[in-house]
Design a protein around this ligand. Structure first.
Ligand SMILES: Cc1cc2nc3c(=O)[nH]c(=O)nc-3n(C[C@H](O)[C@H](O)[C@H](O)COP(=O)(O)O)c2cc1C
Length: 301
């Protein structure tokens, strides 16, 4: 059974990965044999300089999901490369590094540092994180998306993945702009802009006032967006949004995603990515499929 997939020049042993910001906070997990079975790992987004993140509360539960406004708390790229990256590399699983920046010069600087660090499978551009007090996100503007992707592609020695925001009128327009600018793949989707109010205090339940909704609540919208986008672009898509079990992941693959990522459900059960992988293999066996390509985009109309 061939379940390997490619993004640009990089090969991944299987299509199951994790969504940035939801996996790998604790170094202790890196030794686990199970982590080696994943198609790739994607740690939390890194920025050029250290960021403290948003004030608490940073997360709250909602029906079939959660709202988060972490604010990309991280130690900055130099500390990340010196500390966490070397530990991640020792796992022996393809690594996709997610980066975000305030401007294109900073994106380029970070990519040069990652080029020098070596050993990555791809770079994911977080163009869609709802924080840093910006009124509009790069991923909400086709020209800005194309400009960042082109700038990064010009310097990156790794394949480049553009992570898109669902908080747009037509995600297909942004996807086509990223593809035309040279993106090797798309990651979709990031969280949906959202809020929840404590009616006793009449205050937002999130310190940042608003946050991003994730989890099973968003899955049907994410699947629809992946399905529509897959019909428009030629580059692979990493689908995500509320994957909690193998059938959820199969929806994304059938809709046209080449890889699928587990996010919020890692907090419920960190073994979900492995269960998803086993479930995909079981489905292929049952349906007498020998290559994952028979499954990808197999939606019947
Ligand atoms: C607590 C939390 C932190 C997140 N941090 C990041 C991040 O740093 N970078 C990023 O690109 N996406 C981040 N995301 C978005 C996820 O990677 C994913 O796109 C989104 O949550 C949808 O998938 P899910 O419903 O399976 O969680 C975060 C999501 C959550 C819940």
């Amino acid at each position: 059974m061939n379940i390997g997939v490619n993004i640009g020049s990089s090969c991944f042993p299987n299509p199951v990965t994790v969504a940035s910001g939801t996996w790998g906070h604790s170094d202790e997990h890196y030794g686990a044999q199970e982590v080696k079975c994943l198609g790739a790992i994607v740690p939390k987004t890194v920025t050029l300089f250290a960021q403290e993140g948003n004030p608490p509360r940073r997360i709250c539960e909602t029906p079939a999901g959660m709202i988060n406004a972490i604010g990309i708390e991280n130690a900055g790229i130099d500390a990340f490369i010196a500390g966490k990256l070397s530990k991640l590399k020792r796992i022996g699983v393809p690594i996709i590094i997610s980066i975000s920046a305030h401007n294109e010069d900073d994106f380029e600087l970070m990519v040069n540092k990652l080029n020098a660090a070596g050993g990555l499978a791809a770079i994911e551009l977080n163009l869609s994180c709802p924080n840093l007090q910006k009124k509009i996100l790069v991923a909400q503007d086709a020209a800005a998306t194309a400009s960042v992707v082109a700038r990064v592609k010009a310097v990156s020695k790794y394949p480049v993945i553009a992570k898109l925001s669902p908080n747009v009128t037509d995600i297909g327009i942004i996807a086509l702009a990223a593809e035309a600018a040279g993106a090797d793949a798309l990651s979709m989707v990031n969280t949906f802009s959202a809020m929840a109010i404590d009616v006793k205090t009449r205050r937002s339940r999130i310190g940042n006032f608003t946050g991003g909704l994730s989890g099973p609540a968003i899955r049907p919208i994410a699947v629809r967006m992946v399905c529509e986008t897959a019909a428009k672009v030629k580059i692979p898509i990493i689908g995500m949004g509320g994957v909690a079990c193998a059938d959820d992941a199969l929806e994304f693959l059938i809709a046209g995603a080449t890889m699928v990522a587990v996010g919020t459900y890692n907090f419920v059960n960190p073994r979900v990515p492995l269960e998803v992988l086993e479930g995909i293999k079981g489905y292929m066996k049952k349906n007498k499929m020998t290559d994952i390509r028979e499954l990808i985009g197999s939606i019947q109309r």
